[in-house]
Design a protein around this ligand. Structure first.
Ligand SMILES: C[S@@+](CC[C@H](N)C(=O)[O-])C[C@H]1O[C@@H](n2cnc3c(N)ncnc32)[C@H](O)[C@@H]1O
Length: 404
């Protein structure tokens, strides 16, 4: 089955050098398709489009994170939105430091370095300073940007930060990743009824046509990923597009053994399996972000836009637990931030100072509102060797681990 992708209309036209960059990545992707016999499974396409050395979206110079399209950015994340996010997270991390005595953070995929800078400052201000802040970042370009951000915002704390080339053999402390899982490649699946109306599964991949990249679905006869069993009861004639998250699960399985004592906190948008593989979510969750426009065409200017899928948190929970970690909690971002004290932090701001108070109030509203990030974003926490613990403050009310 071969379908040309619909082109998103009315998106801003890239600058000449950006177009040239995208042309080089497009040629690279075309070679990869050719080398794979003319068809590339989507997860490999996504991996290359985002991380091909020197060319992929995260590996090269696009601005990516920021508040406005005018600054050349494509999307905003919670740490970019407001330092209140890091300050609230610092309360949770400070609690972990105090209880374990391990004042270390390991951040995965630190983006612009905003979260690292603001966390270091907030942990100091809370009287629970971070002794060592390590960053595991795939992109050399982002490492340089992270260093510059921390140097500007917290120059006196820069010597506590190290960038890792490989993961440590054992880590004692708090591992965090904000919006990292959603940036990991996904496999794409299509369930389509055949002539006898029996459902048949296809894996979606990418081919090259004279008009550019296009979808091609290949009949899949191997054992289906276990996650798709959740769809066994769909009506036989229902068409369904979805994703599976092998790379995100593999990531959790690979970092879990390194956590000798402490907590792994992952924050991202997504749902437990029951909601993720819901009959009504029949179009999947694959999304692209270009200059703050969201659309669903991953073939639009490769290298210039983010490609992402929502996280399937039951699979993440299984991966962590199978790798020997304890599940410590799962809740919405709003609930987590409220539990950890965002309201206290807000009330400490001066409401008569419109320059700081109004933007902080607007950003907090975005972080907490059910209609924005508050409900769609979730926080999941795993731990090891935390048996004598009372639990994490972020999950004291509204823990939804049972929904996973
Ligand atoms: C959507 S950005 C989020 C950036 C930042 N955490 C924030 O919240 O602004 C995704 C980040 O994850 C990184 N990333 C993706 N896979 C990774 C992996 N396996 N290990 C470490 N970082 C990874 C990307 O390079 C990028 O920095």
């Amino acid at each position: 089955m071969n379908q040309a992708a619909p082109k998103p209309h009315s998106l801003p036209v890239p600058e000449t050098d950006a177009l040239e960059h995208s042309r080089r990545l497009t040629a690279y992707l075309a070679d990869a398709i050719g080398a794979n016999g003319g068809w590339l499974p989507f997860d490999r396409f996504m991996e290359l489009a985002l991380y091909a050395p020197g060319l992929g979206y995260y590996a090269a110079g696009a601005a990516k994170f920021g508040r406005l399209a005018a600054d050349g950015s494509d999307f905003v994340t919670a740490p970019e939105l407001t330092p209140l996010f890091a300050r609230t997270l610092a309360r949770q991390i400070g609690e972990i430091f105090e209880q374990t005595g391990d004042a270390q953070v390991l951040e995965f995929g630190a983006g612009s370095g905003r979260l690292a800078a603001d966390l270091l400052l907030a942990l100091d201000a809370e009287g629970t300073p971070c002794g060592q802040y390590s960053i595991m970042e795939l992109s050399g370009e982002l490492r340089a940007r992270q260093r510059a951000t921390i140097e500007k915002a917290a120059p006196h704390l820069l010597d506590r930060v190290t960038w890792l080339d490989r993961l440590p053999d054992a880590f004692h402390g708090t591992m965090i990743g904000n919006e990292v899982l959603d940036a990991m490649p996904v496999r794409l699946w299509a369930r389509r009824p055949d002539a006898s109306a029996e459902p048949v599964w296809f894996e979606r991949g990418v081919v090259l046509t004279p008009e550019g990249f296009a979808w091609e679905e290949r009949r899949y006869t191997g054992p289906l990923p276990q996650a798709l069993n959740a769809l066994a009861d769909l009506p036989p004639t229902q068409e369904y597009l979805t994703e599976t998250h092998e790379a995100a699960s593999a990531f959790v399985r690979s970092v879990a053994p390194l956590l000798a004592r402490g907590v792994l906190l992952l924050i991202d948008y997504g749902f437990p399996a029951r909601e993720y593989y819901h009959p009504q979510r029949a179009g999947g969750t694959l999304m692209c972000h270009y200059r703050h426009h969201a659309h669903d065409d991953p073939f639009y200017y490769p290298g210039l836009q983010d490609i992402t899928a929502h996280v399937e948190f039951s699979g993440i929970a299984d991966a962590g637990v199978e790798a020997g970690l304890d599940l410590l909690g799962f809740t919405s971002q709003a609930r987590f931030l409220m539990n950890a004290g965002i309201v206290d932090l807000m009330s400490a701001l001066d409401p008569t100072d419109p320059e700081t108070f109004m933007p902080a109030a607007a950003a907090a509203q975005k972080l907490l509102s059910e209609a924005e990030m508050g409900e769609l974003f979730k926080v999941i926490a795993f731990g090891r060797a935390m048996d004598e613990w009372a639990g994490l403050v972020g999950f004291v009310n509204g823990d939804r681990s049972h929904a996973l």
